[in-house]
Every structure is written in structure tokens, then in C-alpha cells.
Design a binder for this molecule. Structure first.
Ligand code: B1M
Length: 226
């Protein structure tokens, strides 16, 4: 039964059917399927299939846009449930999140934001196509602990570095941890550009954010001891 649901979810994304995706997300919740399972085993595999078909020119931009709409429709339903699950948690840290300049991919970044919120982080999502200076200005305004930068294109992942440079220019780099992610991003790339951490997916982003907060607390107490 669960497998059939996952398979129908995957297909609703491939076919780009928002109403079907919404209905399947609602059904999944009423059947007691965990929202993250629906996302990771149902809807995300649909997006992966879309990406593969697009790369082989078996699918075109309008189809990919319809698939993205279907994914968003499912996420609207599932994100509410994810938020509810994390409602009562203590504040874990302040995160400024966004997708790099030149890049309009938002779905994965939004999932990262939702899971961070559900796990007690206060998340300010700047959206997509965000220049480095805007990350730095918001990080300053909110005294952010972490800046999270997503990139889905091999061309725009370079702009993750410009966010770090903007934080340096604003003299904020020592106070703010930077985490990066997105499909083309690797641990090696994160190291190369001087980010503090890389997460492959949204769950790992939560684990990483917690680790970065521990690191911040340790360096703060070290500073006090000195
Ligand atoms: Co585009 N696109 N797209 N696209 N798109 C990709 C990324 C692509 C791989 C497809 C392909 O060719 N196979 C390809 C990039 C190739 C490359 O650079 N090597 C591509 C291309 C080429 C393009 C255009 C250039 C197409 C064109 O115009 N000819 C164009 C670019 C526009 C631009 O940004 N300037 C374009 C446009 C679009 C749409 C607008 C149609 C739509 C985006 C809609 C939206 O987001 N509002 C779209 C989509 C949907 C995709 C695919 C199919 C799916 C992306 C997605 O949402 N995945 C994608 C193929 C693919 O990735 N398989 C593709 C689901 C999501 C849950 O996963 O985003 O990977 P993901 O996020 C994950 C992790 O990466 C990680 O956690 C998330 C959840 O687990 N993660 C982080 C993400 N951010 C993180 C941040 C963190 C930590 C973890 O810390 C801060």
C-alpha cells in the first residue's frame, strides 16, 4: 500500500499534476505516512526522474515547470505537518537562508528551511536569486548564527563563494557560520571556498546546523576563558 502511494506520488510529479500531488500528500498524512517519508520516497524520486529526463532531452522546460508546480503543491501540504511536529521546540539558532544569485531553484532550499524550523531554528528565507550583499545585510540585521546558501546549477554554485566574500567584507565572517548545499555541491567544494560545512540533504542540514551551533558555543566559551 505504502509503496503504491510512493509510486503514485512519483508519477504525479513526472506528469506535472499539482491537484493529484496535493491529494496524494493529504492521503499520505491521513494514512499515517510520515511527511518526510512521503517527500523522500515519493515526491523527490519524481523530481529526480524529471531531472534525468530533462538531461536526456526527453522532457522540456515547460514540463519541468509543471513538475515543479506539482512538487510545490505537495510540499504546501506536507510542510504544515512538518512545522506542527516541531512547534514546541526551544530556539536553536538563527539562520539566514537563500539560493545564490542567478539561480531560481527553490524547492530543496525550502525543504531545508522547513526542517530547520521544525527543529527549533528561526529561519529567515531570502528566497532565490539572492546576491551576496543581501545575505550579509540580513545576517547583520538579525545577528544570524548561520548563513545557508543553496545552489542547483554548476554555474551558480560559484556564487556561494561570493556570499562568503560579502560576509568577510562586512566583517561578519568570524561571527557567522556558513553552510552550503544543493545538487552539484560537494564537501570538497565547500572546503575549497572556505564554508564551515556542507550537507547533502535537508535532514543532514539540520544535523550540520546543530554541529555548527555547538562549534559556535565552544569558540565563544574559549574566547571567554582567554
Ligand atoms: Co532546473 N536544472 N533549470 N529547474 N532543475 C536542474 C538543477 C538540472 C540538474 C536538470 C538537468 O539538466 N538534469 C539542471 C542543472 C544542470 C547543471 O547545472 N549541471 C537544470 C537546468 C539546466 C535548469 C535551467 C538552466 C533550464 C533552462 O532554462 N534551460 C533553468 C535555470 C534557471 C535558473 O535558475 N536561472 C532551470 C529551471 C528550472 C525550473 C524553474 C523549471 C525548476 C525550478 C523550480 C523552483 O525551484 N521554483 C527546475 C527544476 C525543478 C529542476 C530539477 C528537475 C529538480 C530540482 C528540485 O527541486 N529537486 C533539477 C534536476 C535535479 O535536481 N535532479 C534541475 C528536488 C529537491 C528536493 O532537491 O533541490 O537537490 P534539491 O535539494 C536537496 C539537496 O540538494 C539539499 O537538500 C535538498 C533536500 O534534500 N540542498 C541543501 C539543497 N539546498 C541546500 C542547502 C543546504 C543544504 C542542503 O544548506 C544551506
Amino acid at each position: 500500500m505504502q509503496q503504491q502511494m510512493f509510486s503514485a506520488m512519483r508519477q504525479s510529479i513526472i506528469d506535472g499534476l499539482p491537484a493529484t500531488a496535493t491529494s496524494l500528500a493529504q492521503q499520505a498524512l491521513s494514512l499515517g505516512i510520515a511527511p518526510l517519508d512521503a517527500i523522500n520516497h515519493g515526491f523527490v524520486p519524481g523530481m529526480e526522474a524529471v531531472g534525468e529526463q530533462f538531461a536526456k532531452a526527453q522532457m522540456f522546460l515547460p514540463d519541468m515547470m509543471a513538475s515543479a508546480e506539482a512538487m510545490r503543491a505537495a510540499m504546501v501540504v506536507l510542510e504544515v505537518e512538518l512545522q506542527n511536529q516541531g512547534a514546541e521546540r526551544p530556539m536553536a539558532g538563527v539562520v539566514v537562508l537563500g539560493t545564490t544569485k542567478g539561480d531560481i531553484h527553490e524547492i530543496g532550499k525550502q525543504l531545508v528551511g522547513t526542517l530547520l524550523s521544525a527543529n527549533g531554528f528561526r529561519v529567515y528565507d531570502l528566497g532565490a536569486d539572492v546576491p551576496g550583499e543581501k545575505f550579509a545585510a540580513k545576517a547583520f540585521e538579525l545577528s544570524a548564527d548561520i548563513v545557508g546558501v543553496s545552489a542547483l546549477l554548476t554555474t551558480t554554485m560559484r556564487n556561494q563563494k561570493t556570499v562568503i566574500e560579502a560576509l568577510e567584507k562586512a566583517s561578519l565572517r568570524s561571527q557567522v557560520k556558513v553552510m552550503v548545499g544543493g545538487a552539484p555541491v560537494t564537501r570538497r567544494w565547500a572546503e575549497e571556498i572556505g564554508a564551515d560545512g556542507y550537507a547533502k540533504d535537508a535532514m543532514r542540514a539540520v544535523v550540520l546546523a546543530r554541529r555548527l551551533m555547538e562549534g559556535k558555543a565552544q569558540s565563544a566559551s574559549a574566547a571567554v576563558l582567554l
